[in-house]
Design a protein. Structure first.
Lengths: 202, 298, 367
């Protein structure tokens, strides 16, 4: 077991690293499919990627219930690191989570188990953060929607392989829905609920 | 006594996280007003506290900030907000639209086309476009949930029945991404078309009313109208007296008490850039020369 | 020749210099000290602490001095400072039953356990301007007596023992406390948030709202069950310490209104409560707050909510003087861009009106 003193550090510069990470995530959310880079500024516990760790330090706190998939939550270091550096309460009930961290996409629960918001408050929905294998190689996807000038192309190796098919439910649910952030090491791509995706094969 | 010590860009990190989360949801749901726990700022509510909080949450040391009020960098409130960020965040400031990465604005969208590396932050007094038709938040929230916008169309149609056209000159409602009816803030309707398919991200902050909303880049923004009464932007039909521009929004300047009037660009940076590039209006020579000598600012 | 307006920056600096000069006033007159404000304008300090939501006499006094005595401006200064403070958590509920009472009156019983204590009050003073106070007045030392050890139970608790008044709803242990400075307000709002809103609300606004209920706009038949003012201990339970740590004592005023309630199909008739609490000695504020709190409970008690004071959205959206003054005063800011749009529209409408009238006028002239 790791003691708190042995935990990987948080941001060396809390203020500026959080700002720069946020701008990368904001740009990713504003321009779906575009690959943004996060400047790593923190330690990473166990199976957490650098980008995921930076996003956690930037957006999580006491006010954001957090759901971890089995692979994340079975790592005591990840749980302890998150608790110590962000204070976010880890919850078992995914439907009240502000954020969810997925490191084993193969075991992703059905998306409707996360908070989808209500039609009065569609913002009260879970932002699901996936750690994926690659955001520059893999199958090709064609993205359309707000934030995209015509069509955006994304090459990505993602599990579950049918994630984007599952996200199609966003179209019918809107304005409710699931917003997704994909992380591969220091690369980040966001797929907000407004994005429509067509697989173009590999 | 507790001596005040303030963070980078004034807001504490917990507040910034809360605002940042709201901004991300706002971008994900274009035109929807995300409630946020607006803080008391060191400037009065109604004077840009929402815009200031949004700017403070996104601003970094590499940013170049421009602040305009009524299109001008030199109005007192624009100066006051620009100085606030120069002091609390140490960021570079500019008056040149082209050079800015973050532009905070009240009541105007710059004339120069915005580019993809820019964020436009609007100060919003009343974010709810339905508020003057229905004062209750519980009601307007339900209307947005059901996309029940008939009341707004009735109001616009009553204008047509009475005046022959829609009698809304500013804060003209738009529909964002074919779903939410949104208040563009009290910009003149002349500026509405600039919001459509704009390469820059547009963020809206309403501090007193505690709402943040957004238009992502390249998003469809349509001014509400009717097939037989299409939306028409208003502009006084004259060239700018200083730079000769035929397509900019104009301020009316009262020059004497005998009915004398002149019309000049409300976007001061646009006007000055045009004059510097050699464009002239009927009265342009003297003011620009003074500026070129560097003697007028202050 | 027209020159675009420049020099706003220097204008702002000069205006602020002038303000500082006016604030100090005649240099021959001694400068007022924070101690003088805190000691001699204590009720102003109390109000600024209450509506500023920050218990700090020294900062409130500084704010009053900086604001040249404009209390809403002072409240604004305190709020803006408070907003930057880290928040460690919520204190334990204070026990006003254990208050070291300096003043305590009930209008519902002639005598009560612990006694009626008039304390420092303007009540029963004759409002005659007193020239003796103008300078150098040395008041008599106050009369003193042994501090009583008799308990001073709350009057509403005495009524509660007989079930004559609704029980005060008790929050569950460890239940989170709403905080409208940390979470945006949604409607309908629970009573904790309503009370927080009223506690921060403008005294004048609450006074007018409370008064309107007495005049029949949402009448709720109030009796001043008890008003008490004194010191209470504040304690904080830190999660890792495991017990409550005393933080110190503060002065509070509490008002419990006892209101008529006719009962419903499921509930026997009983008295209901309206509650007011404020920092320092603020009786007008707490009494008004208690009236409005009771009025806002209309929905919960199954009463028709037709009057302004019963309208939760109306009251809560307009009670905050910092919000209100900002938005009213923002009309001073330039609006010439939107005004220009309106001018353009108005000219067009007038021209259309004239054009439409013209043929008639010609026709009339022809006849």
């Amino acid at each position: 077991m790791t003691t708190i003193a042995e935990l990987p550090p948080g941001f060396a510069d809390k203020v500026l690293s959080a700002q720069s990470t946020f701008r990368s995530v904001m740009d990713a959310m504003a321009r779906p499919g575009s690959v943004q880079r996060i400047v790593p500024g923190a330690g990473t516990p166990d199976r957490m990627m650098r980008g995921t760790a930076a996003i956690a330090l930037t957006l999580f706190d006491h006010d954001t219930p957090l759901w971890l998939d089995a692979r994340m939550s079975e790592s005591p270091d990840v749980v302890k690191w998150l608790k110590f550096h962000t204070g976010a309460p880890v919850v078992q009930d995914s439907s009240i989570a502000s954020f969810a961290l997925i490191s084993d996409g193969g075991a992703l629960p059905p998306l409707e188990r996360f908070a989808l918001g209500t039609s009065e408050y569609p913002d009260r929905s879970t932002t699901v953060i996936f750690q994926v294998d690659s955001l520059d190689a893999g199958r090709s996807f064609e993205l359309r929607g707000p934030g995209i000038d015509g069509v955006a192309m994304l090459n990505a190796a993602i599990r579950p392989f049918d994630l984007f098919e599952r996200l199609r439910v966003n179209e019918a649910l809107f304005p409710r829905g699931t917003d997704v952030v994909l992380v591969a090491d220091d690369a980040v791509v966001a797929i907000p609920r407004t994005t429509r995706i067509v697989s173009k094969g590999s | 006594m507790n001596a005040p010590a303030y963070n980078f860009a004034y807001l504490d990190e917990q507040t910034k996280r809360m605002i940042r989360r709201a901004i991300l949801k706002a971008i994900a749901i274009p035109g929807y007003q995300v409630p946020f726990a607006s803080r008391e700022m060191p400037m009065p509510y109604g004077w840009g506290t929402g815009g200031v909080q949004v700017t403070a949450a996104i601003l970094g040391p590499a940013d170049v900030l421009k602040v305009i009020d009524q299109g001008s960098d030199d109005t007192t409130n624009a100066i006051s907000i620009r100085k606030f960020f120069a002091k609390t965040a140490g960021v570079a400031t500019t008056t040149a639209t082209e050079d800015a990465t973050v532009i905070q604005t009240r009541h105007r969208i710059p004339e120069a086309t915005l580019h993809a590396d820019q964020v436009l932050v609007y100060q919003v007094p009343i974010p709810e476009p339905l508020r003057f038709l229905e004062p209750r938040e519980t009601e307007t929230r339900r209307m947005h949930a059901l996309a029940e916008y008939g009341l707004m169309h009735v109001k616009l149609y009553e204008d047509i029945a009475r005046f022959g056209h829609i009698a809304t000159a500013y804060a003209y409602p738009v529909k964002v991404n074919a779903r939410y009816v949104m208040d563009p803030s009290p910009t003149p309707k002349f500026d509405n078309p600039k919001m459509d398919n704009c390469p820059a991200l547009q963020l809206f902050g309403a501090g007193r009313e505690k709402r943040i909303y957004a238009i992502p880049p390249y998003t469809k923004v349509v001014s509400l109208d009717f097939e037989d009464h299409p939306f028409e932007p208003y502009r006084f039909n004259a060239p700018c007296a200083l730079c000769g521009a035929e397509n900019s929004y104009l301020d009316e300047i009262v020059t004497d008490d005998k009915g004398g009037r002149m019309f000049v660009c409300s976007d001061t940076d646009y006007c000055e850039s045009r004059q510097a590039a050699g464009h002239h209006g009927s009265l342009s020579a003297a003011p620009y020369k003074e500026k070129a000598q560097g003697g007028t600012n202050g | 020749m027209y020159v675009a307006v420049k020099g706003g920056e220097r204008a702002i600096e000069n205006a602020h210099r002038l303000l500082a000069d006016k604030r100090r006033g005649d240099r021959a007159v001694p400068e007022v000290t924070l101690d003088q404000i805190s000691e001699q304008l204590g009720l102003a300090v109390d109000r600024v602490m209450s509506e500023g939501s920050l218990y700090d006499r020294e900062l409130a006094a500084l704010a009053i001095k900086q604001a040249r005595g404009d209390l809403i401006e002072a409240i604004f200064l305190v709020r803006a400072f408070r907003a930057t403070m880290p928040r460690f958590g919520a204190s334990e509920p204070v026990d006003t039953g254990a208050m070291r009472v300096q003043r305590r009156v009930s209008s519902t019983f002639k005598d009560i356990p612990g006694g009626q204590i008039l304390g420092p009050t303007f009540d029963y003073t004759h409002r005659l301007l007193d020239p003796a106070l103008a300078e150098g007045f040395v008041p008599e030392a106050p009369a003193t007596a042994e501090a009583s050890t008799a308990p001073t139970p709350r009057v509403t608790d005495i009524l509660g023992r007989d079930g004559l008044i609704e029980s005060s709803p008790q929050a569950e242990d460890g239940a989170s406390v709403g905080d409208l400075t940390r979470e945006p307000l949604n409607f309908p709002a629970d009573r904790d948030l309503r009370l927080q809103n009223l506690a921060r609300g403008d005294e004048g606004f609450l006074l007018a709202m409370g008064y309107s209920t007495q005049r029949g706009y949402g009448r709720n038949h109030p009796f001043a069950g008890e008003i008490r003012f004194g010191e209470v201990e504040v304690e904080f339970s830190a999660e890792d310490v495991g017990f409550a740590v005393p933080l110190g004592s503060i002065e509070l005023t509490e008002c419990q209104m006892v209101n008529q309630f006719k009962g419903s199909a499921t509930e026997a008739p009983c008295f209901t409560r309206g509650y007011g609490l404020a920092f320092g000695q603020s009786e007008r504020k707490t009494m008004s707050m208690a009236l409005v709190d009771r009025a806002l409970r209309a929905r919960e008690l199954g009463e028709e909510a037709l009057a302004p004071a019963q309208d939760e959205e109306f009251v809560m959206s307009h009670s905050d003087n910092v919000q209100a003054t900002g938005f009213v005063e923002h009309l001073k800011l330039p609006h010439y861009v939107d005004f220009q749009s309106e001018l353009g529209l108005l000219r067009k409408l007038r021209k259309e009106f004239t054009d439409a009238q013209a043929p008639d006028a010609m026709k009339e002239a022809a006849e």
